[in-house]
Ligand binder design. Structure first.
Ligand code: ADP
Length: 265
């Protein structure tokens, strides 16, 4: 595998919501680690893809999960036909070759896994491959980015204070209505008027957050509804399958959300 596989060949479309592009450029210029904070499906991954393309850097993305070990990030010895050989993990590859490494939903990883990033996020910029006995000095272009959803955090699953303090951070929320509607129209290939309607329904569902819904419909879900409409489904059915069934099993909540959709249909 070469690092060139991780270069983005086309510009990932991104509608800025504020000054996040200028912030990111400054943070990258200073090689500061960046934390993108916000609910799922609101554009954090798309943003980092866009920035990697803008800066002309390869992007190595890792979706974090609770079974992930430090070896999954840094690498391990593998047994091959000619004996054992070392294989760099995604983090090590990014560190050696000067990529942006994006750890998506980093709190999903256990804290003993997350600590491997500490020496990369201070002035040392080094990664210790303990099993291999190698100390890798980060390539000058390397940068670490993490995403973090503040809504999900529990005491058991949170970043250590000592990890948080290593990052500069930017808040993400769902895009403003007019911007979100253009995103939904463009990504789903539907008319602006239909996208406006989906965004209004999405906003209503977000108001139910904390009243039986963990989170309202994300931009991603509105795009899914739009794609179902593009495939010929009615607004009512598309919303039912893309915005309601995935996020709640409670019959009363489903009925309340169906009523919101019916009011717009
Ligand atoms: P997150 O990483 O926050 O979970 P994503 O970046 O995957 O969310 O966003 C979900 C989808 O929503 C993207 O694939 C993209 O189609 C769309 N999207 C969200 N925000 C934007 C934006 N500001 N500009 C363009 N597309 C967006």
């Amino acid at each position: 595998m070469t690092i060139d596989q991780y270069r983005l060949s086309e510009e990932p479309a991104y509608h800025p919501g504020g000054s996040e592009i200028a912030f990111y450029e400054a943070a990258y210029g200073a090689r500061l680690p960046v934390m993108l904070k916000g609910p799922t499906g609101c554009g954090k991954t798309r943003f980092v893809e866009h920035m990697a393309w803008r800066l002309g850097k390869p992007l190595v993305t890792v979706s974090c999960h609770e079974d992930m070990t430090a070896s999954d990030l840094v690498g391990r010895y593998l047994l091959g036909p000619e004996g054992t050989h070392w294989q760099d993990g995604p983090l090590t590859m990014a560190v050696r070759h000067g990529a942006i490494c994006y750890l998506d939903e980093v709190v999903e990883a256990r804290q003993d896994t997350t600590v491997v990033i500490h020496s990369l996020t201070d002035d040392r910029r080094i990664l210790s491959l303990e099993k291999k006995g190698e100390l890798v000095h980060a390539h000058p272009d390397f940068q670490l980015v993490i995403s973090y959803n503040p809504g999900y955090q529990s005491v058991l699953k949170d970043l250590k204070e000592s990890t948080k303090q290593r990052f500069s951070a930017v808040d993400f929320t769902y895009p403003a209505a007019a911007i979100e509607a253009s995103i939904v129209a463009a990504e789903a290939g539907i008319a602006q008027a239909a996208a406006d309607m989906l965004v209004r329904i999405g906003e209503k569902s977000r108001h139910l957050r904390g009243q039986g819904l963990e989170e309202g419909a994300s931009t991603r879900m509105l795009i899914h509804a739009g794609r179902l409409m593009n495939a010929g489904m009615s607004l009512t059915d598309a919303c039912h399958h893309a915005l309601i069934v995935p996020i709640t099993d409670d019959p009363d909540m489903r009925a309340a959300l169906d009523a919101v959709v019916a009011a717009h249909a």
